[in-house]
Design a protein around this ligand. Structure first.
Ligand code: HEM
Length: 234
């Protein structure tokens, strides 16, 4: 009896996941986790304005997350596992959704609102690909250090300052973070739709929410390379 109900709920789950709504729900939920990370990361980066000691102390605090309950580094790896799983599920569901949509409407769009939807979808896909490339570069740059000419694991503050003093590097970050802002705006807007909060009465609030958070996150990230380029932080 119990086995029947377990297999029934597994079937229910599989049926939900194979539908477009199921995939969108996975995108929305993993999007919330990724957005949470991005917001915290942006807020943490602002410590750069408090000087080297505050910034490096914060980086060390993150690396030692969970101690003394968890062994050294385990908290950080658990956190990385959650992030990696969320990114993988987010990309997988997005790819499957694109394939599903392509199969469902092989004929070109006719209606105007459908054309707009296509535009948002395309923007999300391209900004998503570019974000993927940016994140790989970013990890090699500030975490692994192989893409940084004067990397020092003990001095994340120094790594950030010396990197952004080279304007081509700052430009990569500025463009990538503007793309992130666009991706976040569309993502935050459609997240509510997926989770069922799309009553016309609340749509203006949804827009205000999506604009506010994407602008705050983008401005926070951009402020770091801009402050270094202008000599405000050195
Ligand atoms: C100007 C913008 C940014 C700056 C200055 C910045 C700075 C940094 C620094 C210094 C680290 C290394 C921390 C350490 O190991 O001590 C780091 C790690 C990281 N950053 Fe960024 N970041 C920026 C934007 C972003 C964005 C937009 C994303 C994602 C969308 C991102 C994702 C990550 C990830 C995943 C890590 C690795 C965390 C780990 O150790 O597992 N960063 N960032």
């Amino acid at each position: 009896m119990e086995m029947v109900s377990t297999s029934r709920s597994a079937n229910w789950f599989l049926a939900l996941y194979s539908s477009a709504l199921g995939k969108k729900t996975v995108m929305a939920l993993t999007g919330i986790v990724l957005f949470g990370f991005v917001f915290m990361h942006m807020a943490g980066n602002l410590k750069v304005f408090m000087g080297a000691e505050a910034f490096n102390h914060y980086a060390e605090f993150l690396r030692a997350a969970g101690e003394p309950i968890l062994p050294h580094g385990a908290g950080l790896w658990m956190f990385r596992l959650v992030l990696l799983t969320s990114v993988t599920l987010h990309i997988t569901a997005a790819t499957q959704l694109t394939l599903l949509n392509r199969r469902a409407r092989p004929v070109a769009y006719v209606r105007r609102d459908a054309v707009q939807l296509g535009y948002a979808e395309r923007t999300m896909r391209w900004s998503g690909y570019l974000m993927g490339i940016y994140i790989i570069y970013h990890l090699l740059h500030f975490t692994v250090g192989s893409a940084h000419p004067s990397f020092s694991a003990a001095n994340p503050y120094g790594n950030v300052i010396s990197a952004f003093q080279a304007w081509p590097v700052s430009m990569i970050y500025i463009v990538a973070n503007l793309l992130l802002g666009m991706h976040l705006y569309h993502g935050l807007w459609s997240l509510f739709q997926t989770l069922g909060c799309n009553h016309p009465r609340y749509n203006s609030w949804r827009r205000v929410f999506a604009i506010t958070f994407s602008v705050v996150v983008t401005a926070g990230f951009l402020s770091v390379p801009i402050a270094v380029l202008t000599g405000l932080v050195s």
